[in-house]
Design a protein. Sequence first.
Length: 441
Amino acid sequence: MQKSYYNVIIVGGGISGTALLYTLAQYTDIKNIALFEKYDDIATLNSNAKSNSQTLHCGDIETNYTLEKAIKTNKTATMLEKYAKQYDYNEKYMFKVPKMALGVGKKEVDFIKKRYEDFKEDFPYMELWDKKKLAEIEPALLEGRDKDEDILAMGTQERYSAIDFGAIAKSFVRNAQKAKATADVHLSKEVEVIEQLGDKFKLTINTGEHYFADYVVVNAGAHSLLLAHKMDYGQEYSCIPIGGSFYYSKVDKLKSKVYTIQNPKLPFAAIHGDPDIIEDNRVRFGPTAIALPKLERYHHAHFIDFLESLSPSSEVLEVFHNLLSDEDIREYVFKNFLYEIPGIRQKLFAKEVQKIIPSLSEDDITFAEGVGGLRPQVIDKKNKKLLLGEAKIDTGNGIVFNMTPSPGATSCLGNALEDTKLICKFLGANLKTNKLKKELL
Ligand SMILES: Cc1cc2nc3c(=O)[nH]c(=O)nc-3n(C[C@H](O)[C@H](O)[C@H](O)COP(=O)(O)OP(=O)(O)OC[C@H]3O[C@@H](n4cnc5c(N)ncnc54)[C@H](O)[C@@H]3O)c2cc1C
């Protein structure tokens, strides 16, 4: 007979939800766990390899990260790396692609030199690569470049840098179910309503069924805040979905992940070039960043859901107004809007690509149709600011909601462990600390 009661129910089968299923099954004595996913497969949205940049973010090449954030992200990246190695997924789902942050022109070159000095103690494997070294590692960066142009990169060939988060999410499910036969996965079941009834939660599914749990974690991407708002939680937050698209290079030019330097005023990471690990010999450039009135990138829009999740207010308008008052941000928003418009987008985006590979022209790139995803960026209404990382609403009542824009896929096990500890404390369950330390930390 099908079970309808669980100790823990997870809503959402992307990398966040599946990582939690894995940590609960593997490192706790909690018996009955279930995951509900509205589509018929795991990781079809943002965690899918087609939707994101496939980068295991360690903070060493992401120049929008402070040293503090880089150290924190590196820790969670290392957990994922350890997980993948434990199951021999290296060179299957996780690859050692060379990676670098590239500075072009005197100002950026000086920035790289300083960053290298600031980071070398915590990231000792990073190297400074001058023109001569770059000609060896990544000659495409020099093709067509003015001989007098200053360039310098900080990079490494030593670390795992590219990962198929979708394949890893599926592996979390397989390995969770091997560890605990009572870890159930319900596909094609959308959780429509969550209600608290005494010390239990009742979940109503689109099929009309009801399920009950002692604890619920909502890892539903852009839908997490919507489900929180429906329960009257998280009213201090608003969600603005930011779509990200990519362009393919028609010629296979890059062997490395090449990140460009971030303008610190801009809210999202600068354009980068990445060899695609699921499409042989193709290189992707992107992502772009455009606000979209929908909660899923390539499914039909639920405009009402978008509005409920945005919950427009004077504070939200003030955040938009403050952002758009800055000329650099205005220009960035406008440019990214144009990068989506057929007819002109290729020519305009080629200029971004040429910073990385000067010899590529607009005829060498093509808009990657159906590729890309959506980052649910959270606005903190109380402090009137856009939050750039992940956000969690821990109600303390046995239900948690996670909003996971980048680097949410990299930090899936770090976030899962945080929730696992909350759940164990709430339910009085045991965490297998020694096993956890040995295998993941
Ligand atoms: C363009 C782009 C590039 C990125 N690049 C990187 C990168 O290189 N590295 C990195 O670490 N991160 C990157 N990210 C971020 C990363 O993709 C996300 O942080 C991560 O995929 C979030 O995983 P998730 O499981 O929380 O959400 P999702 O993958 O969105 O999964 C949520 C799941 O919940 C399901 N769901 C929603 N509502 C319900 C419901 N009511 N009932 C049941 N199921 C429901 C959905 O169907 C979905 O499967 C990028 C994101 C984008 C958009």
